[in-house]
Design a protein around this ligand. Structure first.
Ligand code: MG
Length: 294
């Protein structure tokens, strides 16, 4: 199942994409619940109250797609350094902030982004030049939790996964470096483009899914989920060891090689740059960089 949160001329709705992707059939939800996007569907699943659909699909071109979860309930949980080639490129260019250099971490590096920095497909990534001169992109597969759990074993972990979406873990490298902890560098307003839709876990093969990112039609990142050093079940087991995971929690699983900071010299983003991430079968998440204006 492929689910989209979107805005019509009247309101925000959430619905199911048709087989050919040309239309969306909305769930029958009051506006206050529909505005939660996918969270409303997960809540209904938890309550064992399946949602009914309304029988008037929208053409996909007639609506504005939003982030599947426009405002997550709590911070996006993010994994740093989960692809070895990325660990090496960051170290080679002097952007390592962990002291680990080019050596793969022994345990997953976990940080978070504020829910407020989530924006949808097509929204601008805002570049505030007073804050950063090193604006960077990171294409990532994001896991959406569907079932509550604590101390989830590796073997049980996939039962807690509802599905997936795409996240661009936008990063201000200079801010990340200056403050040691990554929250400021990773949570600036607009720094978490998400979408374009969410797909259930049966639709994506974690053993072989390409993750690609282009800046202005130039391919920069060309990774694959099979290159993750810590697998999705291992990440879920690590995070949930002492922290209860809830439906709607989002885990960004790390970025493959090819970030702007990894080039020599580095190639950071500037106003007008189009950043396009493609992860099949989720689709294409595209956002344009725009200078911050008061
Ligand atoms: Mg990242």
């Amino acid at each position: 199942m492929r689910i989209a949160t979107y805005r019509t001329l009247q309101r925000i709705e959430i619905g199911v994409l048709s087989q050919d992707g040309s239309s969306i059939t909305p769930f029958d939800l009051p506006p206050a619940r529909a505005e939660k996007g996918l969270l409303a569907v997960l809540e209904a699943d938890q309550a064992l109250l399946p949602l009914r659909s309304v029988d008037h699909p929208h053409r996909i071109g007639s609506v504005e797609l939003l982030a599947p979860i426009p405002r997550p309930r709590r911070n996006i949980i993010c994994i740093g350094k989960n692809y070895h080639e990325h660990v090496k490129e960051i170290a080679a260019q002097g952007f390592d902030t962990t002291g680990g250099g080019a050596t793969p971490p022994d345990a997953p590096i976990v940080f978070s982004k504020f829910p407020d920095c989530v924006v949808g497909p097509g929204a601008s990534i805002l570049h505030d030049k007073r804050i950063t001169q090193q604006l960077d992109y990171e294409a990532e597969l994001a896991v959406i939790i569907g079932r509550k759990g604590r101390a989830i074993s590796v073997g049980d972990a996939m039962d807690h996964v509802w599905g997936y979406t795409i996240i661009n873990d936008v990063t201000a490298r200079d801010v990340q470096k200056a403050h040691k902890q990554w929250l400021l560098g990773k949570s600036q307003d607009s720094f978490c483009p998400m979408g374009p839709i969410a797909v259930t876990r049966d639709l994506l093969n974690l053993a072989d899914t390409p993750i690609r990112l282009w800046v202005n039609d130039e391919l920069r990142q060309d990774g694959n989920t099979h290159l993750m050093m810590f697998s999705v079940p291992e990440l879920i087991a690590t995070i949930s060891a002492g922290i209860t995971l809830y439906p709607g929690d989002v885990i960004a699983t790390g970025t493959p090689a090819g970030v702007g900071a990894g080039f020599d010299p580095p190639r950071f983003l500037k106003a007008g740059d189009k950043v396009r991430i493609e992860i099949p079968p989720i689709g294409v998440l595209e956002n344009t960089v725009e200078n911050w204006r008061r």
